[in-house]
Design a protein. Structure first.
Length: 467
C-alpha cells in the first residue's frame, strides 16, 4: 500500500485538522459605517486591526472576511516566522543600500514582535525560536548559499553563521547536505493557532469581525458585499493571494500555489537519526525550493511548489492537492530524510500566495482616496504581515493627523508602484515556462553537469523579475 493511500487531501490544511475549525462569525447584516474597514481576515488584516485599535481605541474598525479568518495562506503556510522579505535587492537599487538595511532591520525586529505579542495576548502557537537553517546539497547550491550569506551580512545581519557539512549534521542530518546557513531571526509556529488567537484578541479589543462576507468591489470610502456596503474614510485591502477576486484587481498580484504534506508523528528512533533537536525551520538553496519544520508533536511538515499557477488567476476552494504533487513532496521528504521513508503521510494541502510582477512586497496608502493595501509577500508573509500592519497603522494615523511620519512610514517599500501582470494566456504560459526552467535547472545541477548556477535559471530570474 502506498504511504499516501490514507492521506487526508485538502480540508483547508493539516493545521486546521490538528486544532479544529473556529466557530463561525456572523456575516455583515446590512449597510454600515466605520472609521476603518479592513478587507481580509488573514494575518495582514487582523494585525492591522489589532495595531490600529491598540493605538486608537476610539476607532470603529470593521473586518470583512470572505470565508473565515485564516482561510487563506494564514491558515495553510509552513509556519516559518523568519526575517526574509521579498524585493530587498530592488529596494536597494531604487532607494540606496542604507534604506534597504533599515527595511531588513525592521524585518529582523518583526520576528521578535510577533513572539512578544503572542506572549502578551496569551496565544499559544507552538512558537519555538530555533532560527532558520538553509542547506546546500550540490556545488551550485553551495555557490548560491555563499553569495546569499555574504548578502545577508552586507545588509546588517552580523549574527548569522555559515556552516560546513559536519556543523550542519550536528544540527540536522539532511542527506547530501554539504553546507548550510543559519540565522537566529526565525521561529517555528503553528499557523492556525496564531491566526485564531489573533482573531480572538482583535475581537476582545472591540473590533467587529464579519465572516462569510466576500467583498466584490472596493472603491473610495466603500467596500461592497452581497449583504450591504461598509462606508469608511479608510478601506484597507488585505487580501494577498485572493486579490484577483476583487473587481479590477485580476492582474495585480498573481496567486501562486504552494503545497505541503505532514507526516505522522515520528518515533524517537527516527529523530535520533535525523537530529533536529533545535527545531529550526529548514529550507534549501534549490531554485524550486522546499521548506519544512519539525512540529510540536514531532511530525515533519514539508512544502514546495507543485502546480504553481491556475489559468485565469483561479484559486482552489479547500486546499486539495494533485496526487502527483503529494508524491513529489513525499519523494523530497525521503531524499532529505531517508530515515522517514516508511512514515505515513497524514495530510496534504495547498494554498495561494500573492506575487507582484516585480516580486516586491509593498505597503500603500493613497492619501487622495483613503484606499490602502499591503501584500505581495511571495511566501514570506508570516512575519512580513506584522511589519506591513504596523506600517499601515502609522500611515493611517499620519494621514488622519494623529501622528507624523515614523521610521516605518519612511521604509522603501511604502507606496512602491508595481506594474500589472500580463493578460492571459501570457501569464499562464510565462509562469509554466519559468517553473519548468527552474525544475530543469535543479535536475541538471543535481546530476553534477554544472557546478555553478544553471544558465537557464539565471535567464528565468531575469525574465521573471525575481532578480
Amino acid at each position: 500500500m502506498s504511504s499516501t493511500a490514507s492521506t487526508v487531501n485538502g480540508g483547508i490544511s493539516f493545521w486546521y485538522a490538528q486544532d479544529g475549525f473556529p466557530a463561525p462569525r456572523e456575516p455583515l447584516p446590512g449597510d454600515s459605517t466605520a472609521d476603518v474597514c479592513v478587507v481580509g481576515g488573514g494575518y495582514t488584516g487582523l494585525w492591522t486591526a489589532y495595531y490600529l485599535k491598540k493605538a486608537a481605541p476610539f476607532l470603529n474598525i470593521t473586518v470583512l472576511e470572505a470565508k473565515f479568518c485564516g482561510y487563506g495562506a494564514s491558515g495553510r503556510n509552513g509556519g516559518w516566522l523568519y526575517n526574509g522579505i521579498a524585493g530587498r535587492d530592488r529596494y536597494a537599487a531604487l532607494h540606496g543600500h542604507d534604506a534597504a538595511v533599515r527595511l531588513q532591520q525592521a524585518m529582523n525586529d518583526a520576528v521578535g514582535e510577533v513572539i512578544r505579542v503572542a506572549a502578551e495576548e496569551d496565544i499559544d502557537a507552538d512558537i519555538h525560536q530555533g532560527g532558520v537553517l538553509e542547506v546546500a546539497r550540490t556545488p551550485a547550491q553551495l555557490e548560491r548559499l555563499k553569495a546569499f550569506h555574504a548578502a545577508e551580512v552586507a545588509f546588517g545581519e552580523k549574527d548569522r553563521l555559515l556552516l560546513g557539512a559536519r556543523e550542519t549534521a550536528e544540527r540536522i542530518r539532511v542527506a547530501g547536505a554539504i553546507a548550510a546557513g543559519w540565522t537566529p531571526h526565525g521561529a517555528r509556529l503553528q499557523p492556525v493557532k496564531l491566526v485564531k488567537g489573533l482573531a480572538a484578541a482583535v475581537e476582545a479589543l472591540g473590533v467587529t469581525v464579519h465572516e462569510s462576507t466576500p467583498v466584490t468591489e472596493i472603491r473610495p470610502k466603500h467596500a461592497v458585499t452581497p449583504y450591504g456596503t461598509v462606508r469608511a474614510p479608510y478601506i484597507l485591502r488585505c487580501t494577498e493571494g485572493f486579490t484577483a477576486t476583487v473587481k479590477g484587481e485580476r492582474r495585480a498580484w498573481l496567486p501562486m500555489n504552494s503545497s505541503m504534506i505532514a507526516t505522522e508523528p515520528l518515533p524517537p528512533s527516527v529523530w535520533e537519526t535525523i537530529g533536529w533537536d533545535g527545531r529550526e525551520t529548514l529550507g534549501d538553496m534549490a531554485h524550486a525550493y522546499v521548506y519544512a519544520q519539525r512540529t510540536a508533536d514531532d511530525r515533519i511538515a514539508i512544502g514546495g511548489r507543485g502546480v504553481p499557477y491556475r489559468f485565469g488567476s483561479r484559486t482552489d476552494s479547500d486546499g486539495s492537492t494533485a496526487p502527483a504533487t503529494v508524491e513529489a513532496l513525499r519523494d523530497m521528504l525521503v531524499r532529505f530524510f531517508p530515515a522517514a521513508a516508511r512514515a505515513r503521510v497524514d495530510h496534504a494541502w495547498s494554498g495561494v500566495l500573492g506575487v507582484p510582477r516585480d516580486w516586491c512586497a509593498t505597503v500603500t496608502l493613497d492619501r487622495s482616496t483613503g484606499l490602502g493595501w499591503a501584500g505581495g509577500y511571495v511566501g514570506s508573509g508570516v512575519t512580513t504581515t506584522n511589519l506591513a500592519a504596523r506600517t499601515l497603522r502609522d500611515l493611517v494615523q499620519q494621514d488622519s493627523g494623529q501622528s507624523g511620519p515614523t521610521d516605518l512610514t519612511t521604509l522603501p517599500w511604502v507606496n512602491h508602484k508595481v506594474r500589472k501582470w500580463e493578460p492571459e494566456p501570457l501569464r499562464w504560459l510565462g509562469v509554466q515556462a519559468m517553473y519548468a526552467a527552474y525544475r530543469g535547472a535543479d535536475r541538471r545541477e543535481s546530476s553534477g553537469r554544472t557546478t555553478t548556477t544553471d544558465r537557464v535559471a539565471r535567464l528565468a530570474d531575469r525574465i521573471s523579475g525575481r532578480h
